[in-house]
Write a protein that binds this ligand. Structure first.
Ligand SMILES: Nc1ncnc2c1ncn2[C@@H]1O[C@H](COP(=O)(O)OP(=O)(O)OP(=O)(O)O)[C@@H](O)[C@H]1O
Ligand SMILES: [Mg+2]
Length: 246
């Protein structure tokens, strides 16, 4: 029987009990749809309710910014960090930090059960901009060489990152959420157009302003190893974070 990793009520129900353990799940959505909030809440609940350690790898918001976000929901981020149940790892992609190496070291020492990578889009963009620099910045020498004569498109780079991540994360039996930006009107499920095929699950977040209301909806487009409830799940982001409507 597949073990479930529970995080947020409503989402777990739609997933028939939670994310199958070990899955790598893409969380896609437009700007401000709540990707980071959903991911952070998944880790907060994991630590608070299930005693599972969470690692939040951020390439966008710094620790101070994540603190500010958590404080707006009254979440005790620092309490969990001090208890060694939560770790925030911030990568400044403009500095070419060695992403894979640092990730590997942190996973080995911290031993998280849940990991968030926010965001896949920034990682891909960093490699696109730096071109061949990925060798030093991301230790992706082998993959970079095998695709060498082919121009490094967003999709090839996204694939390289994902294959490296899959190799890395599958070793450790962790459940992962990766975020991806979606542009308004895009018919893709990720910014790079490839992550949705490689990951085990795809959750798409939407926000539509109707009058003075924000209609927020979540759709599970795919989740390997479990049946899912078809349909649209409505949620709101309020003073305690994300909550789903019954
Ligand atoms: N304390 C709060 N109370 C109510 N709503 C909030 C609160 N904090 C944030 N929000 C809402 O959540 C939205 C942002 O959520 P979040 O940062 O998780 O989105 P995101 O999808 O990660 O955005 P981005 O694309 O910028 O990374 C805000 O635009 C705001 O509408
Ligand atoms: Mg975000």
């Amino acid at each position: 029987m597949v073990e479930r990793v529970k995080g947020i009520q409503g989402l777990d129900k739609a997933l028939n009990g939670g994310i199958p353990e070990g899955n790598m799940v893409l969380v896609s959505g437009g700007a401000g749809t709540g990707k980071s909030t959903l991911c952070l809440q998944f880790l907060m609940n994991g630590a608070n309710l299930f005693g599972e350690k969470g690692l939040y790898v951020s390439t966008e918001q710094s620790l101070a910014e994540l603190r500010k976000q958590a404080a707006s929901f009254n979440w005790d981020l620092d309490g969990l960090i001090n208890k060694n149940m939560l770790k925030i790892l911030y990568f400044d992609i403009t500095k070419g930090d060695s992403f894979m190496k640092k990730l590997d070291e942190t996973i080995n020492s911290f031993k998280p059960k849940r990991i968030v990578i926010d965001s896949m889009t920034t990682l891909t963009d960093a490699l696109l901009v730096s071109g061949i620099e990925e060798d030093s910045a991301f230790s992706m020498v082998q993959i970079a060489e095998t695709v060498s004569p082919i121009p490094k498109t967003e999709q090839i780079i996204a694939k390289s990152i994902l294959y490296r991540l899959i190799l890395e994360l599958k070793k450790h039996e962790v459940t992962t959420m990766l975020t991806s930006e979606l542009f308004e009107g895009s018919d893709r499920l990720s910014a790079d157009g490839i992550s949705e095929f490689i990951t085990d699950g795809v959750i798409v977040l939407n926000a539509l302003a109707v009058g003075d209301q924000m209609n927020r909806t979540l759709q599970i487009r795919k989740m390997r190893y479990t049946p899912i409830e078809a349909g649209i799940n409505s949620y709101s982001i309020m003073d305690k974070g994300i909550s789903f409507e019954d």
